[in-house]
Design a protein. Structure first.
Length: 234
């Protein structure tokens, strides 16, 4: 004997199943309210204000542009080059390009790898043209520059990752690392304004190392914050 329900009974059963499924979906939606556009824009504006204000306050509290014997032309050349490069890095890292899925993996990888190298090379090449610009400063190992760079980078990095939360389904670690490289490049400009020392071991410890640490931190956080989370509907 067949256990299949008559056609007349199948339709009410299907309708009841669809009704239950619809109720479950609506209940899930009510549990997760969606932000309005105005609420999202307001939150982003607050984040941007904090990301700009905190580094500015840290920089001013650290002394700002310090008066030293460094030639003004040297300072301008260092800062102009690093600032221009930071703008280019930020342009590539922050925008998605022509694809809604973001920049190609090769672009982001090149950005992450080249940012520390380019900034260090520019600082050394410019400083090498000025007498005594690259001499060792006894007692100035670079620890203060390292701490300042990390302090300038932390809040902007966390803010950017919060703004891009759940936005990258392909390579969230690499996208976050590229954002961190852009943040670190911006911090490098401020440290250029603050630090007159171009001695290479000092630059490696106080300028390059914190940039690398920020990039690594961004990559580690990217998997948690930028990865798109898929939620199953039961």
């Amino acid at each position: 004997m067949s256990s299949t329900a008559p056609d007349g009974e199948e339709q009410p059963l299907q309708a009841a199943s669809l009704a239950r499924l619809k109720a479950q979906v609506l209940a899930q939606v009510r549990l997760e309210p969606v932000e309005t556009r105005d609420q999202r824009v307001r939150k982003q504006r607050i984040l941007i204000a904090v990301m700009l204000l905190v580094p500015a306050l840290v920089f001013m509290a650290s002394g700002g542009v310090r008066a030293t014997t460094r030639p003004h032309q040297l300072l301008l050349e260092n800062v102009a080059g690093s600032a221009l490069f930071a703008v280019v890095v930020g342009r590539i890292a922050f925008s998605r390009g022509r694809s809604m899925l973001g920049r190609p993996r090769a672009w982001l990888m090149a950005l992450v790898l080249c940012t520390p190298l380019v900034l260090l090379t520019w600082r050394v090449l410019v400083s090498a043209r000025y007498p005594q610009a690259m001499v060792e400063w006894p007692g100035r190992l670079g620890v203060r520059c390292l701490l300042l760079s990390c302090a300038l980078s932390l809040v902007p990095l966390l803010g950017l990752l919060a703004m891009r939360r759940n936005s990258d389904p392909i390579h969230p670690h690499l996208s976050a690392a590229s954002l961190a490289a852009a943040v670190g490049a911006g911090a490098w400009v401020f440290v250029d304004l603050w630090c007159p020392i171009s001695y290479v071991p000092h630059l490696l410890l106080g300028h390059v190392l914190p940039l690398l640490l920020v990039i690594v931190l961004g990559g580690l956080l990217g998997g948690r914050l930028l990865a798109v989370r898929r939620k199953a509907v039961r």
